[in-house]
Structures are given as C-alpha cells and as structure tokens.
Design a protein around this ligand. Structure first.
Ligand SMILES: [Zn+2]
Length: 617
C-alpha cells in the first residue's frame, strides 16, 4: 500500500490546537464515502473475511488454463481492492484521533486480516512463475480478458532467471527472519541506547543533543554554537565507530547473501532488479553529480559570500541564507495560489483540484489527537484519494499541500484510467508528480513577490533543496555503492574504513581540495547518522525523482498543450501499466541519459543568477 509521508513536523508546532467539533465540515474528511457507518464497515469486513478461502480454490491450477488464471486473478484482485478500501476507513479513522481505542482496534483487525489474505494468496506468484513462457504467451493470445494482467504476469515472469528450485527458495525465505536484524540493531542503538552529549550554548542554554536537537541546532545563527553542536554530535558518534561499523557491515553482508543466492552480478543489480531499474540509471546519476560539482561549488561560494564568511566550514551548511521571513497564507489563499501555479496542467487537472477542495478529500487542520505530518493515499480505487494535512498558514504548508495534491492527482488519474491491478504507480515514480507541483508552485510564487528580502529567502530555501536532494543524496548513493563493491571484492569492512571512504567523498563533493569548504576529519563519521543505508539502495530515488520532476516542470511550462496532454495521459494516468523507466520515457524524460540532470543543473544555475542579481543591486 502506498502512503507517502512528506513531513514529520509536529502538528502542534506553534498552532492553536482545536477539537474536531471546532472545525468547519468543509475542512474535514467525509469518510462516509468509504462506508456509511462503522457497522457498515464491520459488515463489509466480515463479508471479505468469508471470501478469503475462495482465493485458494485455484491453488495448483493456475497453469492449467487461461480461464483458471484469469478467474483466479479476477477474484484475488477484487478481494485486494475491497481490502484496501476497508483498510483505508480504519486507518483514516485512527489517524483523525490516534487516542481513540475503537479506531486503533479496527486498524489492528485489518492487519490480522491482511496477514490472512497474504497467506491465502502466497501460492499465486510462485505458480505464475512456474508457467513456461510459451504457455503464458498462448494464454494471453487465447483469452482477451486476461489482458489486464499482462504487466502483472510479466513482472513475475521476468524474475525467472533469478529464481531457484523450491528447496532453495525455501532456504532463502527462511533466512528472511534474519534479514532485518542489522537495521533493527542500528535503529534501537541509535534511537534508544546511544548516550546523548550535553552542550551549553552561547546564551547559557543547556541542550541534550539527540538527533532532533542536532537537526534543530545545527541551523543556528550563532557560528560558535554550530561548531559546538557539530563537534559534540560527531565526537559522540565517533566513540561508537566500531559498533556502528559492525552494524553496517552486517547489512552489507546481508545484501551480498541475496546477491549470491540469486546469482546477480552485484548487490546493486540485485536491489534495482526488484523494480526493474537498469543499473545505468544509478551509475549515470553518480557520474552526473561528479560532472556538475562546479555548480555545487558555485552554490557553496555564494553561501560563503552571503553569510559574510572568510572560510566556509561544513558546520555552516544549514543556517538560512537570509533572515527567515514569515509569509502567511489562509487555506483559501493557498488553494488559489496552487490553482494559479498549476494552471499549466490543464482544465481537467484544475477542475479536479476544485473537487478535492470542495468535496472534503482533505482533512486540513491540526486537531487534538490527530496524526502529525502530511500524506496522500490513493488506495481507495472506486472512491477518491484522501489527503491528511496539518495546515498552519506558512509557506511550507502551502508547498506541502501542493506536494500532496501531486500524489493525489497521480492516484486520481491512474485509478480512473487503469484497471485496479495496474492502478498503483511504481515506487521509483512516487515522488515525481508531487515534487513537480512544488517546483511549479515556487516558480509561480517567486514571480508574484517584489520584496527582495522575501524573494531571497524563498530562493535560498529552494536552492538548498538542490544541495540536499540532488547532491547530498547522490553522495549517499555513491557511498552505498562503494561499500558494497569493496565487500564484494572480498574486503572486510570496519567502522574506520567506512569513515575513510565517507570522508573522501565528503571532501570531493564539498570541494575541500579546491578550498571551497573546510571539511574537518571528525565529520568522516557522518555515515553513522544516516538510517537510509539500511534501506538497500533506496536513497538514490530522492535524487532521480528530483531530476525527473524538475525536468517535467520545465517541460510543462514551455511545452504547451501537447506536453500537458502527454503528462496527464502518459504519465499521471499510467499507474503501473508499464515499468517506471519506460513510463518516464513516454513523457520525454530518459533517466538513462544525463539530460534530466542537466536540466536540473540549469535550473539551479538560474536560481543562483537571480540571487546574484538581487544581492548585486
Ligand atoms: Zn511525497
């Protein structure tokens, strides 16, 4: 199930928290569109539970005839569709008031039902995989009703080369209970057991430096404080370098086990193959980042200049470039702003936005007990997507709303166009439509603002996104690749070695040799702070999404109606009817080339040109 969490900020951050009764209906979800009442939900749930055994009626029979395969999949996906709708009702209810025991119980019941459903359907993929290719081809040519499952079946069949005998598969499945252990140990150790250093800031304030406090105080305006924060935080991590290193090496060894077991060339190939992403997309990204380091260095030099520094240190990365300005937008203002900014996306897009605003697709305000952050969910195939917001009048909230609406519209068009089985878009594309909306919004807002200070603040914020998403995440991706390659070549890795590799990359990216940034050796341990190294080659997708969405937003602004139609019909409506890379190709974004990255770099340079123009005045 797809659930996109965009911000982990707390709901009550400065806002006056209200009860749900104090909020007008139009700003609250209408969950009766899913089920009229809790009783209706329960009845539907019991009915679905009774249907689960029907999945197994086709066990050991899928390969026998095209009719069997089609009927089995029709039945199975119809059950999954209803399951999602039931889950959504439980989960949305519980998110509206996380303290409410009834809703939480509903969610737990759904979890149990999900396990039951998965057990009942566990035979489907292996049985489809076992059908030989000639038979599969015959099934599809003789039974047109099977056509909607083409992509689904193809996605299973293409893994044939890396599927083993059933006895071997059983050993691999059994090994699964150990697979999460490195990440679990890292999580517990770094979140719970790691001792936290205490520091005293220049104002006399005592701070216990956990990850949240580090995130907050590293952006402080006082430079001595930032230095103190960095030194204390990284020195503390450094004390546990051996332990962190053993944890990360365990993760790398786990990835190598799967790579070897399934006969892949590399851990990278093994990880990317799950979503059918070519290795060249990954290596191209890293090559592009290196080629464009001068642009990152231009930004770092600009930062140094704007902060009035002689030398830029690694601890100078996080403060805003100019004093933050408080822009305030009511919900209505935000809606109008978003509609104007997204106008290039065409009339159906805008009409659907209106529907989302007026028909209670969005639960807008923070209320007591409500889940924090923001998300969009598109699991409600026959209904409509839902957005959870904690709107608090700031520009960031407007941007978050535009972002979530990107997810919502992606789900809306895919659900409308595709059969259920192909309705959920691939994970590699998940953040493209959302980030494209953010880009269109900021471009529009910048065009409406005349106050140079406000403009600088927005531009600076935008620019920082290029550093953190485009370059920093790619640097992480490169680190991840390097450590796997070394392990695969037979080297035993230690914390000390991880630090050595990381420092080398950090110095390269931040231009230490060119005198752009001073990178102290202590920061070599930063890898220990990044949980994403336990996600198996996941982080590169932040950078690729950012490039793809920037390229798309630029095309949309300049491509006219033809481009808009392609975006709606070939991208937003595509769901998972094809693999991610070909879907992007259809809208002219080829992630195996450097074109999207180059467009993104051009954008980054244009932002810097504009900043320099303003500060030059
Ligand atoms: Zn998102």
């Amino acid at each position: 199930m797809l659930l996109f969490l965009s911000s982990l900020a707390t709901a009550s951050d400065g806002a006056q928290e209200r009860t749900r009764a104090q909020i007008a209906e139009k700003y609250k979800w209408d969950l009766t569109e899913l089920y009229k009442t809790d009783e209706a939900w329960r009845m539907a749930k019991n009915q679905l539970n009774d249907r689960l055994p029907s999945i197994r009626e086709y066990e050991n029979k899928l390969g026998q005839s095209s009719a069997n395969l089609q009927k089995a999949l029709d039945n199975y996906f119809d059950i999954v569709k209803e399951f999602y709708r039931l889950y959504s009702y439980a989960s949305r209810s519980s998110d509206l008031d996380t303290r409410e025991a009834g809703a939480l119980a509903m969610e737990q019941e759904m979890s149990a039902l999900g396990t039951k459903m998965n057990t009942a359907s566990a035979f489907i993929d292996p049985e489809i995989l076992a059908i030989d290719q000639k038979t599969v081809a015959r099934f599809f040519s003789e039974n047109k009703k099977l056509g909607v499952y083409k992509q689904y079946v193809d996605d299973i069949q293409r893994r044939k080369a890396h599927t083993l005998s059933s006895a071997e598969e059983k050993v691999i499945a059994d090994a699964g209970i150990m697979a999460g252990t490195p990440g679990d140990i890292y999580g517990i150790f770094s979140n719970a057991d790691l001792p936290r250093p205490e520091i005293v800031l220049s104002g006399g304030e005592k701070v216990k430096l956990d990850a949240q406090a580090y995130g907050r105080y590293r952006a402080g305006a006082n430079r001595d404080d930032r230095k103190t924060v960095f030194e204390a935080y990284f020195s503390n991590l450094k004390t546990f370098e051996r332990t962190f290193g053993t944890q990360l090496y365990a993760q790398v060894k786990k990835d190598m086990f799967y790579k070897n077991a399934r006969n892949y060339e590399s851990s990278l190939e093994s990880a990317l193959d799950a979503n059918n992403i070519p290795v060249s997309v990954y290596t191209q990204l890293i090559a592009n980042a290196h080629k464009n380091l001068p642009t990152l260095h231009r930004y770092l030099n600009l930062r140094k200049k704007m902060m009035g520094l002689d030398k830029l240190h690694y601890y100078d990365m996080y403060p805003s470039l100019v004093k933050d300005v408080e822009l305030k937008y009511s919900v209505e203002e935000a809606q109008n702003l978003i509609k104007t900014a997204l106008k290039p996306l065409g009339s159906e897009y805008i009409a659907t936005l209106d529907k989302a605003f007026s028909s209670r697709w969005i639960d807008m305000y923070p209320t007591t007990g409500k889940r924090s952050g923001a998300y969009s969910t598109g699991d409600e195939y026959d209904v409509h997507p839902f957005i959870l917001m904690n709107y608090n009048d700031k520009y960031d909230d407007v941007s978050t709303l535009a972002h979530e609406l990107g997810h919502t519209m992606h789900s809306y068009f895919s659900n409308k166009t595709q059969p259920f089985v192909n309705s959920q878009y691939p994970i590699f594309l998940a953040e493209v439509a959302s980030t494209a909306n953010e880009a269109l919004l900021i471009d529009h807002v910048l065009g409406t603002i005349t106050d140079p200070q406000v403009k600088l603040a927005l531009l600076g914020n935008y620019l920082e996104g290029f550093r953190t998403t485009l370059f920093r995440q790619t640097m992480f991706a490169e680190f991840e690749l390097k450590i796997h390659e070394l392990a695969e070549s037979g080297e035993a890795l230690t914390g000390e070695r991880f630090s050595q590799i990381y420092l080398e990359l950090l110095k390269q990216y931040y231009g230490a040799a060119e005198g752009v940034t001073e990178v102290e050796d202590l920061y070599a341990i930063e890898w220990a702070y990044i949980p994403h190294f336990y996600y198996n080659f996941y982080v590169f997708q932040y950078s690729t999404s950012f490039c793809a969405s920037t390229a798309l937003a630029e095309k949309m602004k300049n491509g006219g109606q033809v481009m808009v139609d392609r975006y709606i019909n070939d991208f937003l409506s595509a769901g998972s009817s094809d693999y991610a890379i070909p879907i992007l190709n259809k809208v002219g974004v080829d992630m195996t080339t450097s074109v999207p990255f180059d467009l993104t770099i051009a954008k980054m340079n244009a932002i810097m040109d504009e900043i320099e123009k303003i500060i030059g005045r």
